[in-house]
Design a protein around this ligand. Structure first.
Ligand SMILES: C[S@@+](CC[C@H](N)C(=O)[O-])C[C@H]1O[C@@H](n2cnc3c(N)ncnc32)[C@H](O)[C@@H]1O
Length: 367
């Protein structure tokens, strides 16, 4: 059976390790937005080998509307679920089917997280992949977060570095006195926080509308996020700020940020390249003229001009070519396309389009 997932292997692995090695059973595991259960299954695999917990109890409370939406089709293409559900059709039975090996651990709730309350039990781990709207953020922080255990509980935000959901970064900035940063999962959007202070019921901690966020606060939240997250994530954080500025009407400032991101070799970072290729297909990406922005290497005729001294090789996902490319101090400006193993010679200085010559066939590629 296909493994349906809107999450990466690294993210699943992290949840599995957490459930097997860190979770003690002192509180519940709450999962927001499991969809077809890729992270529920990861948690289940971890719980199954966790020596500290009893095996025949449920530990996970999974909340989702379980209402199909046409955008979910992209994750089931080519499978028996393609075109199976109409918009708004309930798919909870398929979720239960997908997690059937671990169903004993899981209480499943068909619930709207804009309204849903909580039983009041302590929550030891909260896996969040449902902060898609501000009302969900406001409701869940007010109803669930007071039950996190200070010093023990962790919150895993699946989409923390997803550029178009950057209100999550601002929400955590507003909650910073209650949490400390713990980890970023490499090449993923997942970020983990630990609760360090009991939360009161924060009913209105986040505004209902983005425009109520001041530019000063967007900047402060951005600086805070830059200070806690590793440098490799910074292109995504900068783009996240640009997205939020565009939401509050500062489109020109946002455009300049995207240009600035491309002036640094770190824009080649995989997570940014991938999200850039997604943004390019959206109206937002077009209004930011992202398709016209190019990597910084266009001005770099030698490896030394392009990269820091200590860097010896580079592997990255080229969004425009939709390919993983690899090069090194010795090879540059030749790149290897890792899927086809073709050697592609980059025409130095070429930009819009960038030009690569395939060394085997002499064919020119433009992107
Ligand atoms: C990106 S999917 C989650 C992917 C999933 N975590 C996985 O492991 O593949 C987001 C999920 O959030 C859920 N969701 C969105 N808005 C919701 C709401 N208001 N209440 C409950 N669930 C919601 C959707 O139904 C969807 O299943």
């Amino acid at each position: 059976m296909s493994d349906f997932a809107a999450t990466s292997r690294q993210e699943q692995r992290y949840c599995q390790l957490f459930a097997s090695k860190v979770f003690t059973g002192l509180g519940r595991i709450v999962e927001f937005g499991p969809w077809l259960g890729s992270l529920t299954k990861a948690l289940g695999r971890g719980l199954a080998v966790n020596p500290r917990i009893k095996k025949d109890l449920s530990y996970v409370d999974a909340f989702d509307r379980f209402q199909w939406d046409s955008f979910m089709e992209m994750w089931v293409q080519g499978s028996h679920l393609a075109d199976k559900y109409r918009d708004a059709e309930i798919f909870v039975d398929e979720y239960k089917n997908q997690i059937r090996d671990f169903l004993e651990y899981v209480n499943v709730y068909v619930a709207d997280l804009e309204q849903q309350g909580w039983s009041g039990q302590p929550i030891e781990l909260l896996v969040n992949d449902a902060w898609k709207t501000v009302p969900i953020v406001r409701n869940t922080v007010s109803k669930f977060f007071p039950y996190l255990i200070p010093g023990r509980s962790h919150v895993i935000h699946q989409d923390y570095l997803w550029i178009t959901e950057s209100f999550i970064q601002i929400a955590m900035y507003r909650l910073r006195e209650y949490f400390e940063f713990r980890s970023w999962i490499p090449e993923a959007t997942m970020v983990v926080f630990r609760c360090v202070k009991e939360l009161p019921e924060l009913g209105n901690f986040f505004p209902e509308e983005y425009w109520e966020l001041s530019q000063d606060e967007i900047e402060e939240a951005h600086q805070w996020n830059l200070s806690i997250l590793p440098v490799v994530t910074h292109p995504c954080l900068k783009a996240s700020k640009a997205w939020m500025l565009a939401q509050v009407g500062e489109e020109e400032a946002a455009r300049l940020i995207f240009q600035d991101i491309e002036s640094d070799w770190r824009s080649l970072e995989t997570l940014f390249q991938f999200q850039k290729s997604v943004l390019c297909k959206m109206d937002f990406g077009q209004s930011m003229q992202l398709q016209d922005l190019d990597w910084c290497l266009k001005d770099c005729s030698s490896w030394e001009d392009a990269f820091p001294q200590e860097m010896k090789e580079l592997k990255y996902l080229d969004g425009a070519m939709n390919a993983w490319l690899w090069t090194s101090r010795e090879l540059y400006p030749t790149f290897i396309d890792l899927a086809s193993e073709r050697r592609l010679h980059y025409e130095l200085g070429s930009s819009r389009p960038r030009r690569f010559k395939c060394e085997e066939t002499g064919e020119w590629l433009q992107c």
